[in-house]
Design a protein around this ligand. Sequence first.
Ligand code: ADP
Ligand code: ZN
Length: 577
Amino acid sequence: MNKIKKYYILIPIITAILSLIVIVSTALDTNLINKSYSIFTEDMNSNNVSTVVVNSSPKMTIILNNGDKYYTDNPHTDTLVEKLLLKGIEVKNENTPPLTKSIPSGIFVLSIISIMAMLLYKVKGKNSVTSIEMQDFSKDQKNALDFNAVAGNEEAKESLMDIVDFLKNPEKYQKYGARMPKGVILYGDPGTGKTLLAKAVAGEAGVPFYALSGSDFVQVYVGVGAARVRNLFKKAKTQGKAVIFIDEIDAIGKARSNGKNGSSNDEKDQTLNALLTEMSGFGQDDGIVVIAATNRLDMLDKALLRPGRFDRHIEVSLPDVNAREKILSLHFKNKPHENIDIKELAKKTVYFSGAKLESLVNESAILAAKENSTSITSAQIDAAYSITLAGHEKKERSYLKEEDKLLTSYHEAGHGLVNMLLLPNDKVSKITIIPTTKGAGGYTLTIPEDKSYHRIDYLKNKIKVSLGGRAAEEIIFGKDKISTGAHGDLSQTTDIALKMISEYGMGDTLGLIKLSSVGSLYSSYGNPVIEECKNLVNELYKETLELLNENKSSLEKIALELLDKETLYEDELKMII
Ligand code: ADP
Ligand code: ZN
């Protein structure tokens, strides 16, 4: 349908071209030579003239007996016409241009107007509905997703199954006076399958799917977001039943009094209000369900969560080991593979989201295709694993100086050694000094233990592992030779330390108070919390230095081996210590 519409614009273009051809050819026809009035009088006197065409223009057309035509000046005297008539010359009065001229120019003007109108409409349409992705599952069964496309997430699927049933059999619920949920919020980490679930609801129920992202609403002029919301609902309503999906709902529905982002924002408020108005506008038997997704439920404006709005909240969490196995199996299903221990791979991919697992499988398939192997091999999966976690290896690395490689070797050896000594359950699977295209000079891959909570000593050790790189640099090269290589590590360190003190009730400044729940008062606590963070990290850094000094010979062995082989795996590392 949209395809046909796209070609509508060809019609005025064709008519414009055709009318232009006609106009030009008639213009060429009338593009006669201009002759002087004296020549005309000569012709007239020698009875050569058959017809004279006059109009309001300063020129008149002369047609000779032999068919030749030319222009000449029209003196606009009444006597001329009389003279001509007396000489038996026909006089044609053409005060309006002939139809042969006015019709094509009329068509031309109309065509140009319609082309402009269509282009304008298209641009406007783009602005207002560009990101409304419409998938009409009721008609297009081919693209329909169902719950089989979502592995794991069993609780979420079960909860959404109700919505599907509501959409399919509204009468059943009406009989009992049950109210269909108008809005559902799916919340959880990115890539956990929220979009996939929303699409599956539409697919299972066989209704159209409209998707829009909250970020499409912001950064535009005031009022545009609200208009887009109304537009979206209007479109959905014309379809009868529908699933409307709003990704990143927090972009418009972030709590207004949320310290950091408390500044009022007209555009956001208007958009949010439009959304709430639209949602209360449709009745429960309209068969429209709005599914919204966010990474953080606690960030949302309470107005959104009230009954009659988004009153169903469904968590979509990171997959556990069983769910990971199912997701991996699902994505390996249509790809040639053999001798792959999917169970083992599921164990190795702790904290991977569904999207990351999908990308891991895809990277391995790309490698298999590049290497023309008959099926995906374990080695390709290992390579893909590193790619998904750390990025692609840099192929061109002749520019690397030996002294930089030595620095990286000690830095990574520091991470690896502290990890092996303090967190033996988080296995170090690989240490490498091959830089990645993501900008890392090298990296240490660990497979963390699968746990739903962490103890304080684990968090402290995790910080020490992060600091291990910088500590090794300081021990070997001295305090005045430390590098920027610890840049990324320090983000992780700060993040954990800050959370320990401000969110997990593990510090002194706040005790068991959670900073994010304090609201707008929180700013007065900012500095003391950072102060405590700094002291904690400094203390842990000292301990890391001590630990590495005690194990300096192991550190040197690992670093030199790394410098030589560039990459060390778990078994080789165990041999060294
Ligand atoms: P979100 O909306 O939560 O950010 P998506 O639904 O966009 O995540 O997921 C991105 C991709 O990751 C999906 O298209 C799919 O290929 C894969 N994926 C995520 N979760 C799952 C899952 N539970 N089962 C199968 N594939 C998944
Ligand atoms: Zn590091």
